[in-house]
Structures are given as structure tokens and as C-alpha cells.
Write a protein that binds this ligand. Sequence first.
Ligand SMILES: CC(C)(COP(=O)(O)OP(=O)(O)OC[C@H]1O[C@@H](n2cnc3c(N)ncnc32)[C@H](O)[C@@H]1OP(=O)(O)O)[C@@H](O)C(=O)NCCC(=O)NCCSC(=O)C[C@](C)(O)C(=O)O
Length: 284
Amino acid sequence: MSDWADWIGREQRAADRLDPALAARWYATFDHGAPASTAMPQGIHFCLCTPEAPTARLGPDGHPLREDDPASFLPPIPLPRRMWASSDIEFRAPMTIGATIERTSRVVSITPKSGSRGEMVFVEIDHETSADGKLAVRERQSAVYLEALAPDAPLSPPAPSPEVFDPQAWDLHRQLVPDTRLLFRYSALTFNTHRIHYDAPYALEQERYRGLVVHGPLTASLLLQLAAERFGENRLAQFGFRGVSPAIAGEALHLVLRGAGDDIELAAFAGDGRQVTKASARLA
Ligand SMILES: CC(C)(COP(=O)(O)OP(=O)(O)OC[C@H]1O[C@@H](n2cnc3c(N)ncnc32)[C@H](O)[C@@H]1OP(=O)(O)O)[C@@H](O)C(=O)NCCC(=O)NCCSC(=O)C[C@](C)(O)C(=O)O
């Protein structure tokens, strides 16, 4: 596979506004009570500066086409199955409703690896998002591209391992079932056409998931809300998460947190005991 050196350092700029209508849709999506201030909860940045590719320029998975030309921000990695692998986020300032948003994104590394699922390519992207001219969020995101699977490949995630999740080991535990309505709304908030989140036949037949896949930033947003429940809104200075196994729509999702100060651990577990997300945070 190519070393993709031409793509390192490529930049993309985007602009947006933290519109009151977007804020209202975000609160409705998460069944969040009436906001106490105009500062939006942490995680709103995932819903800003969303992809603008015309429908005719979407690839078979619903993401913008990745092409081998100088205008293409992301490299045309020939592995077709994309996932959000991880993010490390620094919160510098809250984002308030009405703010003018600007984002600069830059490709920092492209690394082929092999894992338990065969060949993979990780693409790291740095995003800097400012609100009214002030740096608000810095994020290093890692997307991973995975090999195509045979039509009869086993469905993933596989049959559950023995129960490993113990709610007693955590300071705070909430449970929900992210269903197709929540996934649809989150796809709409993020203008994300990725078919693994809403097109069940595609998710099953083409990507061999046993159901629709919960968005990584949706689970991250739910964990950020758990942290806000514990410590108050906009209290985190740092938050990192890593997807370790896909969470599936319609199945229970346990959100947990323990620790305080510089040492906050968060996680999401599936109803079958599998850990789906590892996360950590630090208070400002
Ligand atoms: C990521 C998968 C494929 C790795 O697969 P694996 O478990 O087979 O990997 P591994 O064998 O554990 O590790 C192999 C190498 O990969 C690295 N690695 C392993 N995991 C990560 C990670 N997360 N972040 C960064 N690096 C990772 C790991 O450190 C190791 O590196 P090394 O060889 O140098 O030691 C697997 O763990 C998995 O399926 N995780 C779940 C991902 C997920 O559910 N994401 C959210 C849903 S997809 C989504 O939201 C989509 C969206 C929003 O539409 C959108 O396109 O942006």
C-alpha cells in the first residue's frame, strides 16, 4: 500500500454558526432539560462544521468520496469500512449559542497496521475549532479504515464473552438503549450519511455488523453528559475516548464513571458485558 506521504499536512477549513435551532435540536435529541445558560454542553463541536459534499459526491458507504487528487482532503485508502477509532480532546473555552465557528483540520499521520481484523489504516486528523475568534476545542481524531469482508463472514461484534461489567465498581452508572430514532437524530445533527448508522441491510450485508452501529461521537457525547451530571457543565479540560468494540442500536448501553480531578475514568459497556468505549477525563 502507498505511504500516503502527499496527504500529510493537508488542510481543510470550514465555517459555521452555533445556531439556536441547532442548539434546540441537540437538547431535544438528548432529552436534555432546559439550558441554564447560553454556553452549550461539551460535545456540541461534533455537530459543527459538518461535511458539505454534494450527494453526487458520496461514496458507497455514504461518506464523501476520497479521491486521488490534490483537492481531496482525505487519502483514497482502498479499505472500504471506516470507523471512528479514538479522539483526544482539549476543551479551552465553552461555545455559546450564536457564536461564529471556524475550524481548521489537518492530516497528521497515516499509519497502516494489522489487527485481529486484518489490514487497517489509521488516519489521524487535528481539528482546531474557534468560537467568535477564540480557540474553543482542540481535537486529535483517529479514523480507521478496515478490509472488505466476505458476504458470509461472521457478524460482528461476535457472540458475547462472559459478563465482565460490574456496575458496583463505578461511582456513577446510567443505562439507556440507543435506538434507531436516537441514531437517526444524531446522524442528522452531524449531517453524517454513513450508512452503518441507519441502513440496516447495508450494515449487515456489506459491513457484516449484526445491527446498526452507534456513532462513536454519540457514545462520547453521552459520556460527556455523564461527566456533566457528576461535575457540572463545561467543567472538563480534557477528554479522550477510544472505541474498542461496536455498540449496536437497540441493545443496552451502560455508561459509567469513577474518580475525580485529574484522574477520571469513564467507559461504556454493552448489555452483554463487552466494553465498547474506554475514556478518561481531567477537570479544568
Ligand atoms: C478500532 C478497531 C477496528 C481496532 O481493531 P482491533 O481490535 O483488531 O485492533 P487491535 O488488534 O486491538 O490493535 C491493532 C493496532 O491498532 C491500534 N488500535 C486499536 N484500536 C485503536 C483505536 N480505537 N484507536 C487508535 N488505535 C487503535 C492498537 O493500538 C494496535 O496498534 P499497534 O499495532 O501499534 O500496537 C476495533 O477496536 C473496533 O472495532 N472498535 C470499535 C470502533 C467503533 O465502534 N467506533 C464507533 C462507531 S463507527 C463511527 O462512529 C463512524 C462515523 C462517526 O460514522 C465516522 O465514520 O466517523
